[in-house]
Structures are given as structure tokens and as C-alpha cells.
Design a binder for this molecule. Structure first.
Ligand code: COA
Length: 188
């Protein structure tokens, strides 16, 4: 269950180039800013995303149907602009010890250390919930994303063939990456 402490999560920091950034949970008032973050994505990048984020209704739906117990979205804010979004997707039952993370940054905020900060914030939240594993799924073609996630502590554990369908119907392999947050009870 989401706690009051999770909803009050705040982290303020300065990037190496001087930009001041706040990381906090997404709230309903962020709807328009979230649409502005996702709509400029070029088609070449969008085809590797799970949802058609250029459709405003898709993005609005995420904000209107906020349910922090299932998906916990963290945003990076600069001034009144959202420049990054990382979501933690919790599982239940026999998968309740793990979660999936998805991340997206505005183009002008990439390679400035922000991705690392957002992933670290997601790890903080996941650890508070005593999760064991964080997982990332990346289309194998997007090699730079695999490299970036490796630098952030995720290791490739396997590949699922033909697991992702592009908008034109072509199939792509998906790489599963895991970050172990804690060892099983009794292991040192
Ligand atoms: C992937 C992403 C989250 C990385 O965040 P970032 O802020 O750019 O990364 P950081 O600046 O924190 O860098 C983290 C590490 O990853 C590495 N890295 C980042 N981008 C990289 C790239 N394009 N190629 C290789 N390595 C890269 C950096 O070198 C850095 O390692 P270092 O600390 O040893 O220098 C961000 O670029 C992004 O959102 N990209 C778009 C995501 C996307 O394409 N989604 C759709 C397809 S799934």
C-alpha cells in the first residue's frame, strides 16, 4: 500500500550544468505538463514505446486514473515544466516482491545525469516497500537504453523473442534487465 511518506517524497538537486530539479510523485494537476512532455516525441522513438503517447487521451488517462498502489509515477520538474517521468509498476501475489520500472526524459534533459537520479528515486521507493527486484524491459534494438540501464545497476538476465510488436506489426525481441535490491532472507 502507498504510504503518506511515499506521497510526500521530494528530492531537490542541481545537475552538473546547474539546472535545479525537483523529483516528486505525479499529481492530477500535472496533466497538461505531462502531455507537453510526451507529445513532441519523434515517430522513430515512439515506435519503441508501449503506448501511443502522441495521443493526448492516452496521457490524460494516466493522470485521471492515478492509482499509486498499482503504478507509482515520479516526475522530474524544472520550473513549471515536467522534464522526466519514471513509473514503478507493482505486481501482486507471487510477484509482490518485484516491480517494473519505465523511464522517459525530455530530449534536452538526457545525458545530464537526470536518468540516474530518477532511477535512484524509484529504487528508494521500491526499497521502502521492501521489494527484492526491479525489472526493466527494453526492446533489443534500443541498445543505448540497455547500456544506460546497465550503468544504473541493471543486468541483462534474458531475452524474450518476438515479444514486442511495432506499430507496423513487425516483431522485436525484448531484453529483461534486473536490479537486485536485497538478497532473499537468510542469504548474506
Ligand atoms: C535512457 C535514459 C533514461 C537515460 O537517462 P540519462 O539522464 O540520459 O542518463 P544519465 O545522464 O543519467 O547517464 C547514466 C549513464 O548511462 C549512460 N548513457 C546515457 N545515455 C546513453 C547513451 N545514449 N548511450 C550509452 N550510454 C548512455 C551514461 O554514459 C551514464 O553513464 P556514466 O555515469 O558512466 O557516464 C534517457 O536518455 C531517456 O529517457 N531516453 C529516452 C528513453 C526512450 O528512448 N524510451 C523509448 C524507448 S524504450
Amino acid at each position: 500500500m502507498v504510504t503518506k511518506e511515499d506521497l510526500l517524497y521530494r528530492q531537490v538537486f542541481t545537475l552538473k550544468d546547474g539546472a535545479r530539479v525537483l523529483i516528486r510523485p505525479l499529481i492530477k494537476d500535472d496533466k497538461q505538463a505531462l502531455i507537453y512532455l510526451f507529445t513532441p516525441i519523434p515517430q522513430e522513438e515512439r515506435r519503441f514505446m508501449r503506448h501511443n503517447v502522441s495521443d493526448e487521451n492516452t496521457v490524460s488517462g494516466w493522470v485521471e486514473n492515478l492509482d499509486y498502489d498499482h503504478i507509482f509515477p515520479l516526475v522530474a520538474v524544472v520550473g513549471d515544466r515536467l522534464v522526466g517521468d519514471a513509473t514503478i509498476h507493482f505486481y501482486s501475489g507471487s510477484a509482490r516482491h518485484r516491480a517494473e520500472i519505465r523511464i522517459f526524459l525530455a530530449k534536452d534533459f538526457r545525458h545530464r545525469g537526470l536518468g540516474t537520479k530518477l532511477v535512484q528515486a524509484a529504487i528508494d521507493i521500491a526499497k521502502r516497500r521492501s521489494l527484492y527486484l526491479l525489472e526493466v524491459q527494453v526492446v533489443r534494438d534500443v541498445t543505448y537504453l540497455i547500456k544506460a540501464m546497465q550503468k544504473m545497476g541493471f543486468e541483462v538476465v534474458g531475452t524474450l523473442e518476438d515479444y514486442f510488436m511495432l506499430p507496423d506489426g513487425e516483431l522485436r525481441d525484448v531484453v529483461i534487465m534486473i536490479n537486485r535490491l536485497r538478497l532473499p532472507e537468510g542469504e548474506f
